[in-house]
Design a binder for this molecule. Structure first.
Ligand code: MG
Length: 276
């Protein structure tokens, strides 16, 4: 018998992932509400933490070795893993917030990007808003594909096809999505682009965090001197959207969306089904 944990959860385990998913969603909503010009990224972090604690959870990012915050806050050319600080958000900033909650040993993980208004630079705001919209929609295309996919690599195909149809954007290849369960990051990897290997079967019990990271310029990145923050090498803006999604016997359910993904999946004619 293999001691390796199966990547497929049983129905009882899937049900335990509902609460941390909703706490994660609440934390992102709280960060979004706190996201105003002049707020610091530490303000967003505090708002997100309070939302998770209020729902009986703990911020799971704090359980990562050496990380002491609830969210990652990545501004402009920072792609992911930005550390909350006293940095004040400015007009026109594109801000990506990644957050996660753990409840009774099970995890949620999700992210969104938001562009702050800037009346003096409408073309910059429009370009960044489109970047965020393309990234968000690429995520929904990936989630929609999960509903019918036989193998997990089809998710990456759907994301890449959509992003390519929208213009000259780059999909980061240095970082990918992942399975999620008792650990925030577990097998299998979830690629946001075409890969040769088919990946595991998409079947009941699979729970994945899909998280496309899309950039306006080159996909080359580097890690800043803080040893965490990942930034684009050319200094151009990045966006990051993520959801944790469960596949079960009756359909799919977006664990980190309050509506299970109904609004995002409606355009595909897909109705998410609550975990039985
Ligand atoms: Mg993730």
């Amino acid at each position: 018998m293999s001691l390796r944990r199966s990547i497929y959860k049983n129905p009882a385990q899937l049900r335990l992932m509902v609460a941390p998913g909703l706490a994660t969603a609440a934390s992102l909503k709280a960060a979004r509400v706190a996201m105003v010009i002049g707020a610091t990224t530490l303000d967003l972090d505090a708002a997100a933490e309070a939302a998770i604690v209020a729902l009986g959870g703990k911020p799971n990012f704090k359980l990562e070795d050496g990380y002491h915050h609830t969210v990652c806050a990545s501004v402009n050319d920072d792609v992911v893993h930005g550390i909350p600080s006293g940095r004040r958000l400015g007009a026109g900033d594109i801000v990506s917030i990644d957050s996660g909650a753990i409840i009774e040993g099970w995890n949620g993980d999700a992210a969104f990007s938001f562009v702050l208004p800037d009346a003096s630079r409408p073309e910059v705001v429009a370009e960044r808003q489109k970047l965020s919209d393309v990234t968000e929609q690429s995520l929904w295309h990936g989630i929609a594909r999960l509903n019918t996919a036989r193998h997990l690599n089809e998710v990456g195909e759907a994301i890449e096809d959509y992003v390519e149809s929208q213009g000259t954007y780059g999909i980061l290849t240095d970082y990918v999505g992942h399975g999620i369960g008792r650990s925030m990051h577990e097998a299998p990897p979830v690629f946001n682009y075409r890969v040769r290997q088919k990946g595991p079967d998409v079947k009941p019990g699979l729970v994945v965090a899909i998280e496309p990271m899309v950039v306006l310029g080159s996909i080359d990145t580097y890690t800043r001197d803080d040893d965490w923050t990942v930034a684009t090498s050319d200094g151009k803006a990045a966006a990051h959207w993520e959801h944790s999604i469960a596949v079960h016997k009756d359909g799919i359910w977006v664990l980190t969306a309050e509506d299970g993904g109904a609004a995002g999946l409606a355009q595909f004619g897909i109705v998410p089904v609550p975990i039985p």
